[in-house]
Ligand binder design. Structure first.
Ligand code: GLU
Length: 302
């Protein structure tokens, strides 16, 4: 079976210990399958991007021996493809404009007695689903229930993760009509990632477990756009000293790659891969880890 994998960092800062785990895991999985490994710079959320971070990430990866097999794709250059995808969804009646402000959404939720928040993005109450009611269009949303009904998708949506096993989510109830194009005009991660995974012919996605929760949404969108669903595997997160996931937002240290093997070693260990003798080269290390791939499943939290 052909294999095309990818690492898709957002250039909101240089690589850190957590993102290196995802990069290494996706690279090793591609190599272990004799496949190709691509890199896509996910720079759609421009206010969060840091100038130069994209090139720094590519340099850090290369220093660690992780070099993409095809030219890098930048999402900031893919606006036409996202617009075409959105137009297709609108034509099918599956996307609608939304004029709600954050405050209006919160008020409508409170009225409905919804207080639960999910990853800070609360379930949209569906206010503009049947029309803007005189409001100005701000964002574009997917009419999840309509897609599910029209395509007769199962509820809850069930999918397989290669490490975590069977996963399921009722997207309409638990997530609601998610945003495709944001009120500030920027493309939403969900739309961009689905369009680009298909455009790059990605067959296998290996990424951090913090993204597990997005997968069902992405599968609904793949169905709506008539795109194939890749195989998914979500790798364990590296936790910081405070027990929280490492991220650029909570001050994860940028990686020092002056001694690449030293940098890679903790990432490999987080994946349950063997420790290497001092003096091994990057090339030897990557070859050893490729042979040892996939890692021991019991290391992965269920
Ligand atoms: N760009 C996303 C991030 O850095 C990852 C996207 C993905 O792997 O699907 O969080």
């Amino acid at each position: 079976m052909p294999y095309i994998g990818r690492f898709a960092p957002s250039p909101t800062g240089p690589l850190h210990a957590g993102s290196l785990v995802a990069a290494l895991a996706s690279w090793l999985d591609a190599r272990a399958h004799g496949g190709q490994w691509l890199v896509r710079i996910e720079d759609v959320d421009t206010p969060r991007c840091i100038p130069g971070a994209d090139h720094l990430i590519l340099q850090q990866l290369a220093t660690c021996g992780l070099v993409p097999d095809a030219p890098v794709m930048w999402q900031s250059q893919r606006g036409d493809a996202y617009q075409a995808a959105l137009d297709g969804l609108i034509a099918k009646g599956w996307a609608y404009p939304c004029g709600c402000s954050r405050k209006e959404i919160e008020d409508a939720q409170a009225l409905m007695g919804h207080t639960r928040e999910r990853h800070q993005a609360a379930v949209y109450p569906g206010t503009c689903r049947d029309g803007l009611n005189g409001k100005t269009a701000r964002a574009w949303r997917l009419n999840v229930q309509r897609v599910i009904d029209d395509l007769q998708l199962a509820t809850p949506l069930t999918w397989q993760d290669r490490l975590l096993g069977t996963q399921q989510q009722d997207v309409a109830q638990e997530v609601g009509d998610f945003v495709l194009r944001r009120a500030d005009g920027l493309w939403a991660y969900q739309l961009a990632v689905v369009v680009d995974d298909a455009a790059q012919g990605i067959t296998h996605i290996v990424r951090g477990a913090d993204l597990t929760d997005n997968t069902a949404r992405q599968i609904v969108l793949q169905r709506a756009l008539g795109l194939p669903t890749p195989s998914y595997m979500h790798t364990p997160l590296v936790l910081g000293e405070n027990g929280e996931k490492l991220s650029k937002q909570n001050g994860a240290q940028a990686l020092d790659v002056t001694q690449p093997l030293r940098t890679l070693q903790p990432a490999a260990q987080a994946l349950g891969l063997p420790k290497l003798a001092v003096g091994a080269s990057i090339h030897q290390a990557l070859a050893t880890w490729t042979k040892a791939w996939p890692p021991i499943p019991h290391l992965v939290p269920r």
